[in-house]
Design a protein around this ligand. Structure first.
Ligand code: MF3
Ligand code: CO
Length: 266
């Protein structure tokens, strides 16, 4: 069942979404070669608790950490670990917070040091596809319009692989609410978008083939061909004329640009 949010509820959800944006900004400030994803995870976990919230992911279906940190061929749901990050890594950081009884859940993929031109194109196209999809989040459109837009741009126009098994989702009191929001589909099909509906849109786009597998840890999703994958996620409220993006990349991108260890000019 799809439950649209009242204006008051949307404002509470914005608080949760922006707390994730602030956590991702902190990550953007601290990322550099030599640190570990476990370190990033600990920092974010503390940040969330310091701000009077709890991490949405920890304990969700038994997931053991506050964040998902997915490096290179890891698509999503990567476990933070003790491997030191190196020049050329791309690092998807996905964070959820629960505050005022509402979840925020969004993600950004960072590039450490120099990355090759194909990986740059993957990051640019994946982020662009998210914003093209958000343009479709207006009353009267359908969920299929969102997936169609992502797939057309990333797969048809740019030749990348669109992950099929994992999807975006409604967001609210629960982290995963109806509807499912696939990154592929057909125009004009699926549930109608209604005023006040809040969804997390999260294209997961592979440089190579679309096929994925789950690692033996039971969580980490990786590309079958071993090529890199990008992941960007925003929390979006459907409105009549223009979508309201509850999360915010501006402070993350500002911190990214200030950090000489990150590559951002793709
Ligand atoms: N952004 C991811 C999602 O919406 C995060 C979930 S990770 C989990 O599915 F560990 F909490 F499952
Ligand atoms: Co999500």
């Amino acid at each position: 069942m799809i439950k649209p949010k009242s204006n008051e509820e949307v404002e509470l959800m914005r608080i949760s979404a922006l707390m994730v944006s602030d956590a991702l900004s902190l990550v953007a400030k601290e990322l550099k070669p030599g640190i570990t994803s476990a370190f990033i995870n600990k920092m974010v976990d503390e940040f969330i608790h310091d701000n009077g919230a709890t991490p949405s992911f920890k304990g969700y279906n038994g997931y053991p950490f506050a964040t998902c940190i997915s490096v290179n061929d890891a698509v999503v749901h990567g476990f933070p670990n003790d491997r030191e990050l190196i020049d050329g890594d791309i690092v998807s950081v996905d964070i959820g917070v629960f505050k005022n009884n509402f979840h925020g859940d969004h993600a950004y993929t960072f590039a450490i040091g120099e990355i090759d031109s194909e990986t740059q194109r993957l990051l640019r196209v994946t982020k662009e596809s998210l914003y093209l999809a958000i343009e479709k989040c207006i009353v009267g459109n359908r969920v299929g319009d969102i997936g169609f837009t992502v797939q057309e741009y990333t797969e048809k126009k740019n030749g990348f692989g669109v992950v099929r098994e994992l999807v975006g989702h409604g967001l609210g009191h629960k982290m995963h609410e109806d509807p499912q929001v696939p990154n592929y589909g057909r125009k004009g099909i699926g549930p109608k978008l209604i005023d006040g509906m809040v969804i997390a849109i999260e294209p997961m786009i592979n440089l190579g083939r679309k096929e994925i597998y789950t690692e033996s840890d039971g969580w980490t999703i990786r590309t079958v061909d071993g090529k890199v994958s990008a992941h960007f996620e925003h929390d979006v409220c459907v409105r009549p004329n223009k979508a309201d993006i509850l999360s915010n990349y501006a402070p993350i991108e500002a911190a990214e640009k200030k950090n000489p260890n990150l590559f951002w000019s793709y």
